[in-house]
Structure formats: C-alpha cells, structure tokens
Ligand binder design. Structure first.
Ligand code: NAP
Length: 306
C-alpha cells in the first residue's frame, strides 16, 4: 500500500531532505504541502493550514511529516492524531517533555503511529558505534559541536525565541547520538548557557555530566574550523571518535568503513515500517537532557553581536 503523505512546514529541511527522501521511497507519495507563505515549487497542492488541507482532502492521506519550527508542532500533531493520521515529528519533537508525553498518550489512545525522527541517529556511524559499545562501560566523553550560526541559520529568527532552542537546535543532534549509542544514562550535573543580550535562547552552552571527564561544548560562534565531534573512551581501553555529525567513525585510531550519509532515506524507511505496524517510536532522552540543563544552568549574558 502506498502511504499518502503531506509535509507540514515547507522550509529548509522540508525542501532539502524530506521532499527528496519521500520522492525516492517507493512506499510514499507526497500529496500535499502546508505552508503559510506558499510553496510554488512543491509540485503538489499547497494549503495554508492543516485544517484547510483536511477540509479539501478529507480522506486523501494517511500520514504527515511535521517540519515546522518546534513551537507549533504539538497543536498540529494533536490535530493529525485526532484524524487518525500517522505522524513524523522533525527534531526536536516538541518544545517540552510534557508536550511530548501528551502526544505519545494521544497516539496510544488513538492507536496511531507516532515517530520522533532524530535525524542524527540515522547517520552511518551511529549503529556501528552502538554495536561496539554494547556491554562496554564509559570512561570519558567529550562532545564538541561548534559551527557558525550566521552561515547555517540566516534569517531564522525563531531559533532565538524562548522555545527556539538556540544552540541546542543543532546541539541536540549530538545528544541524540550519545543517547542512542550509550547503554548508560547521562545525568547533567552542571551547565552554563551563554545568551546574547536581547535574545532568549543560548548561542553557546557547556555541560558537565555526572562522573569524571564527561563534558559537552556547543558553540554557534565558531568562525574557524567547525566541529561536529564526539570522542569517548571505555573502561576496557577502547577509543571511539564520531566525526562530521556521524559521517565518520574512528575506532582505536582506525577509520571504519561506513555506508553513505543518507539520514533521511533511512528515516523514511523506518517510518514506512512504523506506519505499517501502527507503532509509536519516541525517544525522549535527548529532550530530558535539555530539560535538566534548563533546570540547573547558570546564565551568562554576552554582547548582542557576540
Ligand atoms: P525553516 O526554514 O524556518 O522552515 C520552517 C517552515 O515552517 C517555514 O516554511 C514556515 O513557513 C513553516 N511554518 C511555520 N509555522 C507553521 C505552521 N503553523 N504551519 C505550517 N507551516 C509552518 O526551518 P528549518 O530549518 O526547515 O527547520 C524546521 C525544523 O527542522 C526545526 O525544528 C529544525 O530543528 C529541524 N531541522 C532543520 C535542519 C536544517 O538543516 N535546517 C536539519 C534538521 C532538522 P513560513 O515561512 O510561511 O512561516
């Protein structure tokens, strides 16, 4: 059976990743797009809201992929679940843990599929790293996630709103990788958030996790060499380095052969399985780490143009 799907929120990630991945998957057909400011390039009917789409195509689809900024995701997902549709949530899947738990409860009660798609968990280094770390105990962890916000997020004002996540919009990708590859649960013990004057969300953050030598550094002010790197050692003496956001894996100094970087095709392959089985797959651990960070972090204000 072909799964007829609509993309809700037709911005950067919808255009560059979701639409091509849907087009490439034989089990999906893109039938509509919701975009408040239009989407002439979508090649399918465009609506300004999910309500308008559902009125025009009441039995015209089985699934939605919600690719809006996080703020509006919960209301759209709730409406879709209420109509019995399968829902894929772009990351972060909600703005709070409470919202996410409410969506899971709604999907469970309705018997519908709900999928929190943490895209970095589908990077090629992640499954092999998880397999290597099964049964191992962590000795040290260093997350180093630095990029230039001006290059990657031009014009995206929503990222600076209180529920825009700031540097964690991308930093949560690293957290989603570590929660996928580690068998033990991380606890945030200390945190600092660096917030530009006049903004509501951090431009940089540092975390210390409970236990020795377990740190994370996230920084959107990098003007030189950017990094999307996780280094860790195990108590048995192994060293792993995940580089390029999960594109490369180096184990004990040796580069590992990996498949192509194809996160979104893998996401849609998984979504197809979940839709068919009517299942829920929601990993809330990356959100818990962010929520715990917000509860205990020191706040440091820096100049607006820092
Ligand atoms: P974006 O370029 O700003 O696109 C967001 C889109 O959502 C806009 O087209 C916006 O439409 C639309 N939208 C806003 N409110 C809506 C509503 N109520 N109903 C329907 N559409 C609505 O943002 P993005 O970079 O694609 O990011 C979107 C999400 O994907 C974020 O959660 C982000 O973390 C995640 N993500 C982004 C990337 C990336 O590289 N950009 C990678 C992975 C995941 P209008 O312009 O008409 O308001």
């Amino acid at each position: 059976m072909t799964i007829r799907i609509a993309i809700i929120g037709y911005g950067k990630i919808a255009r560059t990743e979701h639409a091509p991945a849907i087009a490439a998957h034989p089990g999906f057909e893109l039938v509509a797009v919701v975009s408040p400011s239009g989407a002439a390039d979508a090649g399918v009917p465009v609506f300004t809201s999910l309500s308008e789409l559902l009125t025009a195509m009441p039995r015209g689809l089985e699934a939605v992929a919600i690719c809006t900024p996080p703020r509006v995701r919960r209301a759209i997902a709730a409406q879709a679940i209420d109509r019995g549709l399968a829902v894929l949530l772009e990351k972060p899947p909600a703005t709070t843990l409470g919202e996410l738990e409410a969506l899971v409860a709604m999907a469970r009660a309705a018997g519908t599929c709900l999928f929190a798609a943490w895209h970095s968990q589908y990077a090629p280094a992640v499954a092999p790293a998880a397999a290597l770390l099964a049964g191992e105990r962590l000795a040290s962890l260093a997350i180093d996630w630095r990029e230039d916000v001006r290059k990657w997020h031009p014009g995206q004002e929503w990222i600076w709103e209180p529920d825009g996540f700031g540097v964690f919009d991308t930093g949560v990708n690293a957290l989603s990788i570590v929660t996928a590859i580690l068998t033990e649960r991380l606890e945030v013990e200390e945190a600092e958030l660096v917030i530009p004057a006049g903004r509501q969300a951090p431009i940089a953050a540092s975390l210390h996790f409970a236990g020795r030598d377990r740190t994370a550094c996230f920084d959107w002010r990098e003007q030189g060499e950017e990094a999307w790197r996780i280094r860790l050692t195990t108590r048995s003496g192994r060293t792993l380095a995940i580089e390029g956001g999960g594109a490369r894996l180096v184990v004990d100094g040796k580069e590992q052969p990996l498949g192509a970087f194809a996160e979104y095709p893998a996401i849609y392959a998984r979504f197809a399985e979940l839709v068919t089985a009517g299942r829920i797959a929601v990993d809330s651990e990356p959100m818990r780490l962010l929520a715990d960070t917000a509860l205990i972090a020191r706040r440091l204000t820096v100049a607006a143009d820092a």
